[in-house]
Design a protein around this ligand. Structure first.
Ligand code: CP
Ligand code: NVA
Length: 333
């Protein structure tokens, strides 16, 4: 097996060429097939990987740990409160320490600048498990899921993202879709659209890949989309005060059966998760009490309905994160 991306960090989609980006999907599909067939080879045997989480996680943490286990690597988990990083010890110092003990470092946290600083100082590859600006490991899972659920190549596949598009998910979907040559429609109220520089770079990548990029506040843009994505209306790290404004702005953009039908009978629903789709969680209960909404960015019937592929998408976090680690740290097995 060849590892052309060996030694590379994984900080944001734009650090890769369009072809390199697409190559992660081929590697992930290969690793997934081998995993299912029971023929998986261990390319990470003996590798040591630190997992730093400044923010909560279910999927990303588990995906890194299970993928590392499958591949013969060891992980050490540093939770949001149990290390000195950022409080008593600088990012640069932490990076230099961990770089002496580990072969790679995953970081999830508040700021893209932190993961970039870690990368500058660690001397080993650093993987971005989500920051304010980008969620690149999620993008590989999303693209692999669309590939698996589409009868067409990605270059002929369309998706719309509706919701808060100025944060990690909206920005990343715009750029990743553009790099993969897809028909990308970002649908959000004007104040929640990605900044101009991100739209511009997505258009540059689209010119190379043949993608089509639309950024609009008009819900008509979902019509004919093969996939409909959304995300939480208030992201981790944002103030609880954001809810009033966000609910007011995004209520018309909630994904319900009517919006799904507007996209088309065969449209599939996607969400990075966690999702507020009922009132069984603490947040779900607060949203119901305060705003009279049962579920938030997506209705329960869509989330649990036959057009939802969210759990395939969640599983693919593991296969694609495995590809990220194997590409960077793999050795022939
Ligand atoms: N989608 C995602 O990143 O999930 P977690 O926050 O559970 O890791
Ligand atoms: N935008 C969300 C994504 C969660 C996976 C957040 O940052 O909380």
């Amino acid at each position: 097996m060849d590892f052309p991306l060996n030694g590379r960090s994984f900080l944001r989609e734009l650090d890769f060429t369009n072809d390199e980006w697409a190559s992660y999907l081929d590697l992930a599909a290969h690793l997934k097939a081998a995993n299912k067939a029971g023929t998986e080879k261990q390319y990470l045997r003996g590798r040591r990987i630190a997992l730093i989480f400044e923010k909560m996680s279910t999927r990303t943490r588990c995906a890194f740990e299970v993928a590392a286990f499958d591949q013969g690597a060891h992980t050490t988990y540093l939770d949001p409160s149990s290390s000195h990083v950022g409080y008593k010890e600088s990012v640069a110092d932490t990076a230099r320490v961990l770089g002496r003990m580990f072969d790679g470092i995953q970081f999830r946290g508040n700021y893209q600048t932190t993961v970039e600083q870690l990368d500058e100082w660690a001397g080993v590859p650093v993987f971005n498990g989500l920051t304010d600006l980008w969620h690149p490991t999620q993008m590989l899972a999303d693209a692999l899921t669309m590939k698996e659920h589409s009868t067409k190549p990605l270059s002929e596949t369309s998706f719309a993202y509706v919701g808060d598009a100025r944060f990690n998910m909206g920005r990343s979907l715009l750029v990743s879709g553009a790099m993969l040559g897809m028909d990308v429609r970002i649908v959000a109220p004007k104040s929640l659209q990605p900044p101009a520089d991100v739209v511009e770079v997505a258009q540059d990548r689209a010119a190379e890949s043949g993608a089509r990029v639309t950024v609009t506040d008009e819900l008509d843009a979902v019509e004919g989309a093969d996939f409909l994505h959304t995300d939480m209306w208030v992201s981790m790290g944002e103030s609880a005060d954001a809810w009033d404004e966000r609910v007011a702005l995004l209520r018309p953009y909630r994904v319900d059966e009517a919006l799904m039908d507007r996209a088309g009978a065969d449209v599939k629903f996607m969400h990075c998760l966690p999702a507020v789709h009922d009132s069984t969680t603490e947040i779900g209960k607060q949203v119901l009490d305060k705003y009279g909404l049962e579920g938030c960015e997506v209705s329960g019937d869509v989330f649990d309905g036959p057009r939802s592929v969210v759990f395939d998408q969640a599983e693919n976090r593991m296969h694609t994160i495995k590809a990220v680690m194997v590409a960077s740290l793999g050795r022939d097995a």
